[in-house]
Design a protein around this ligand. Structure first.
Ligand code: RIB
Length: 303
């Protein structure tokens, strides 16, 4: 099982030829309201990729809350750890321009009310093979969840592997890094965290912080490294991207699924790359994540 402790946002998405600059007004082509949030995205992507998934987080008592819960439940995610708190749900204001690049403003809403694992969350994390974390919840809450995973080791079982997507990029406290097993930044986040512009250099610097790292490079694929000396480059599939929203979430979730199934780093990277390649060819966050049979088919086609 995989547990995801993270954010749920309703994405308010405008599609436009070119995103406006400061002081500029442009006419968009389409508007959509799509369940998202880095945490919920990872939960849905992991469930579609074949894992049993529990989502731990919060929505508000507004009109968006039930839609966010329904999107998770429809994907087969256990939402019994999704709390309802007074006030608005998290929202993300997203502009997607032609070619698929996006810019996002997140207003945390209910996500900001999460203080750490509560209720039965620790029990759920202890039963998991992996705990997926991102940085759209308060940092103290993320640190607390990582430490719960570290502390938990039910008799005869290994503890949950802690996999962090460090997005949005903010400085990471030592208390978080010491509890992370694998970090999965994109190249911009990797540079922000390490001060190194070159992704290969950034990967090496990340391995000074945590035991394993994957730096995603968009159309140039992904780099993997571990402290035991392994280094891999997984090229990306040459696909036509229409919307890269949540591609990183899809990648991290699929990577976790493959790792909890016991696959080696090379196969796990290929699986994650296949999932991400499928997601960028579709619009939206939760609407873009592929199902297991689609990922397997792409793998069989020789990615
Ligand atoms: O990673 C993509 C996500 O970032 C979007 O779904 C949006 O909600 C923001 O959290």
């Amino acid at each position: 099982m995989i547990s995801v402790f993270g954010s749920a946002n309703m994405d308010l998405v405008a599609y436009v030829a070119q995103a406006p600059g400061p002081g500029e007004t442009v006419t968009g082509r389409e508007f959509r309201t799509i369940p998202g949030g880095k945490g919920a995205n990872q939960a849905i992507a992991a469930a579609r990729a074949g894992a049993d998934v529990a989502f731990l987080g919060a929505v508000g008592d507004d009109a968006f809350g039930p839609g966010l819960r329904a999107a998770l439940a429809e994907a087969g995610v256990d939402t019994s750890g999704l709390r309802v708190v007074p006030g608005p749900s998290g929202v993300a204001h997203i502009v997607v321009q032609d070619g698929g690049d996006n810019s996002i403003i997140v207003v945390p809403g209910a996500n900001g009310a999460v203080t750490g694992p509560a209720g039965r969350d620790a029990e759920v994390i202890a039963r998991s093979g992996a705990l997926l974390l991102q940085l759209e919840l308060p940092m103290d809450a993320v640190v607390a969840a990582a430490h719960v995973a570290r502390a938990a080791s039910p008799a005869g079982e290994s503890r949950a592997e802690v996999i962090l997507t460090p997005a949005p990029a903010v400085p990471l406290p030592a208390e978080l890094l010491e509890a992370v097993d694998l970090i999965v930044p994109n190249e911009h986040e990797a540079t922000a965290l390490t001060g190194r512009d070159d992704p290969g250099d950034a990967l090496e610097a990340l391995l000074g912080l945590v035991p394993e790292a994957v730096v995603t490079l968009g159309a140039r694929g992904a780099l993997y490294g571990s402290r035991d000396g392994a280094r891999l480059h997984q090229p990306a599939l040459p696909v036509r991207a229409v919307d890269t929203t949540a591609a990183g979430d899809t990648f991290a979730a699929a990577l976790a699924v493959a790792r909890t199934e016991g696959h080696d780093p090379a196969r796990a990277l290929r699986f994650a790359s296949a999932a991400a390649a499928l997601s960028v060819q579709r619009e939206g966050a939760s609407t873009s994540m592929p199902h297991r049979h689609e990922i397997d088919r792409l793998m069989e086609e020789g990615l």
